[in-house]
Design a protein around this ligand. Structure first.
Ligand code: LRH
Ligand code: MN
Ligand code: MN
Length: 388
C-alpha cells in the first residue's frame, strides 16, 4: 500500500466546486424549512462558500445558477468573489422554471420556445465571458409524461440543432457539459436520460463538449463507477455533480448514504487519470441542505470527498493488478477493501495542520461564531431557486 506521504501531492490538487444554491433555502415539495442566516443575495452565498474554502482549502470555486444568481455586473461579482478568496466557476443554465418550457425547452416543437431557450444559453455564455468561467453546464427538464405525447426521436434531432448553435458560440477555453438524469420532472421519457445519450449528443458537437455525471441521477443499483471508467476511456467525462441518494434525486450530502460508492467512484477517477495534473474532470457538489445547517453541510461534503479520495489513493494498484492478472478473486477484493477500510482521518488532520488549516474544520466552524453572526445580520433569507 502506498504511504500517506506519497499521496499528498494529489490531495494538494483536489478542488471541489460548491454550488451557490446549496447556501439558499430549499426543500421537498412539502415544506421548505428556513435556516437563520440564509443568504439574501449572490454575494452572501459567495461569502458562505468562501468560509468553506477558508476552513478546508478544498473549495476554491463557486458555481452559479442563472437566473437564481442574476446580478447586473458579473465582472464585479467575480471581483467580490476574489476578494473573499474564491473564484466563480461553472455557469448553470435554467430552462425548467418558465411557463414557456412546460412541454420542453431546447427540444420543444415550437421554434419560438427553442429560440428562447437557446438565447438563454447564449446569455449564459456572455456571463461566462464576464466572469472568466470555463464551463456551461446544461441540465434539461425536457421530456414527456405519456406515451405518444411527444415524438421522442425528432426531439433528439432538435436537441442536436440547439446544442450545436450554443456550442458554436463557445470561446476557445470554454466547454459545454451536458448533464443527464433518468427521470423527473418528466416521468415517461426524458430527452437526456442517460450517459449514452449525453455522450452521443456531446460527441456530435466536438472536442469542447463533455458529459456531466450527477451521482443522484441514476436508477437504483446502477454501477456508476463503470460509467466513470467508460467516459474517462472515451475522453468525455467533463464533470461530476456529487451528492448522495437513498431513493431518487435526494441531493443529500455526498458520501453520507454510501461512502463505499464514493470510494469506488474516486478509485475509477484516479485509475482513469481524472486527478492527474491538467485533468479535464471537474469535481462539483450539487446538493441541498433541507434540515441541516448549510455551511457546515458543505464543509462535511467536501471533507467526505477528500476522505474517500485519500482512501482510494491508498489502493495498492500494483498488488491489485497482480491479483487480477492471476485470477485471484479473493485477494483482489481484499486489496481493494483494505484501502476502503483504511481510516485516514488522523492522517488528514495532520495533513491539514501542516498546511495551516484547522485539523477539524467542522469544529473550527462551530467555534468560529460565523453562524450566529450571519443569523443576526441577515433577515429574510432566500429560497435556493425553486419557487423563488
Ligand atoms: C437537476 C440538477 C441540475 C440542476 C440542479 C439544480 O436535478 O441536478 O444539475 O442544475 O439540479
Ligand atoms: Mn446536478
Ligand atoms: Mn439533480
Amino acid at each position: 500500500m502506498p504511504r500517506f506521504d506519497d499521496i499528498t501531492p494529489v490531495l494538494d490538487r483536489l478542488a471541489i466546486e460548491v454550488p451557490s444554491w446549496a447556501y439558499g433555502n430549499s426543500g421537498t415539495r412539502f415544506k421548505v424549512f428556513s435556516t437563520p442566516g440564509t443568504p439574501r443575495t449572490p454575494e452572501e452565498k459567495i461569502a458562505d462558500a468562501a468560509q468553506v474554502h477558508r476552513l478546508t482549502g478544498l473549495a476554491p470555486t463557486v458555481a452559479l445558477h442563472i437566473p437564481w444568481d442574476k446580478v447586473d455586473d458579473y465582472a464585479a461579482l467575480q471581483r467580490y468573489a476574489n476578494d473573499q478568496g474564491v473564484t466563480l466557476g461553472t455557469i448553470n443554465s435554467n430552462t425548467f422554471q418558465d411557463d414557456a418550457y412546460k412541454l420542453g425547452s431546447l427540444t420543444h416543437t415550437d421554434a419560438a420556445v427553442r429560440r428562447q431557450a437557446i438565447d438563454h444559453h447564449l446569455e449564459c455564455l456572455e456571463i461566462m465571458d464576464a466572469t472568466g468561467s470555463q464551463d456551461l453546464k446544461i441540465w434539461l427538464a425536457d421530456g414527456s409524461n405519456y406515451p405518444g405525447q411527444a415524438d421522442i426521436r425528432t426531439r433528439q434531432d432538435l436537441l442536436h440543432e440547439a446544442l450545436a448553435e450554443i456550442y458554436a458560440q463557445l470561446g476557445a477555453e470554454q466547454r459545454l457539459v451536458l448533464e443527464y438524469k433518468f427521470f423527473e420532472p418528466a416521468f415517461y421519457h426524458t430527452d437526456v436520460p442517460d450517459w449514452g445519450t449525453s455522450y452521443a449528443q456531446v460527441a456530435a458537437l466536438g472536442d469542447q463538449a463533455f458529459v456531466c455525471l450527477d451521482t443522484g441521477h441514476h436508477a437504483p443499483g446502477t454501477n456508476i463507477e463503470f460509467i466513470v471508467a467508460q467516459l474517462l476511456r472515451l475522453g468525455k467525462l467533463g464533470s461530476f455533480d456529487f451528492n448522495s441518494r437513498f431513493y431518487a434525486d435526494d441531493d443529500l450530502i455526498v458520501g453520507a448514504a454510501d461512502p463505499f460508492q464514493l470510494f469506488r467512484i474516486m478509485a475509477e477517477v484516479i485509475r482513469g487519470g481524472g486527478l492527474d495534473e491538467g485533468s479535464q474532470v471537474a469535481l462539483m457538489l450539487d446538493q441541498c441542505h433541507n434540515i441541516e445547517d448549510k455551511v457546515p453541510g458543505q464543509i462535511r461534503s467536501v471533507l467526505n470527498v477528500q476522505e474517500m479520495t485519500a482512501r482510494a489513493l491508498l489502493l495498492d494498484r500494483e498488488a491489485l493488478g497482480k491479483a487480477q492478472e492471476s485470477g485471484d478473486v479473493l485477494a483482489a477484493n481484499a486489496i481493494y477493501m483494505d484501502a476502503f477500510y483504511t481510516d485516514v482521518r488522523p492522517m488528514l488532520a495532520g495533513y491539514r495542520a501542516a498546511r495551516g488549516l484547522p485539523e477539524d474544520p467542522m469544529a473550527a466552524f462551530a467555534e468560529s461564531g460565523y453562524l450566529p453572526k450571519i443569523a443576526a445580520e441577515r433577515v429574510g433569507g432566500q429560497q435556493a431557486g425553486w419557487g423563488a
